[in-house]
Design a protein. Structure first.
Length: 124
């Protein structure tokens, strides 16, 4: 399996457990590793045989911007499913980072990493 990495997708969104997060919003960063077979693209040199990076970035930005979920876990799963449904990608690893988590006396970041595969998608 080949892969494409798309890193540093910055998005402003209103995701969070606390009411202030849902009103004020905050910055998030998303990194992706897309698993797919790039053999056809390497031979054809045609965009339709690979992934349109711009489309993937737009999917991520729109989902983060328009989601109103409480948990990063939910948003990461929604991002993974959207990518798997809209592309040739067979598996995806999503790293979703809250750049300024509202935790007292904490200046770090919180990141959720999630891997999903197309064949394992379950719809409820």
């Amino acid at each position: 399996m080949d892969s494409i990495s798309i890193t540093g997708i910055r998005c402003y969104g209103y995701i969070g457990f606390f009411p202030e997060e849902k009103v004020l919003g905050q910055w998030f960063e998303v990194d992706l590793i897309l698993g797919l077979d790039l053999t056809a693209a390497s031979k054809s040199d045609a965009l339709e045989d690979t992934v349109d990076y711009g489309k993937i970035v737009n999917i991520v930005q729109e989902l983060v911007k328009n989601s109103e979920f409480a948990l990063l876990e939910k948003v990461a799963d929604v991002i993974a499913r959207a990518i798997l449904e809209e592309s040739l990608v067979q598996n995806v690893k999503v790293s979703l980072t809250k750049l300024a988590a509202p935790i007292p006396d904490f200046g770090g970041r919180v990141t959720i990493e999630m891997t999903r595969a197309k064949e394992a998608l379950v719809y409820n």
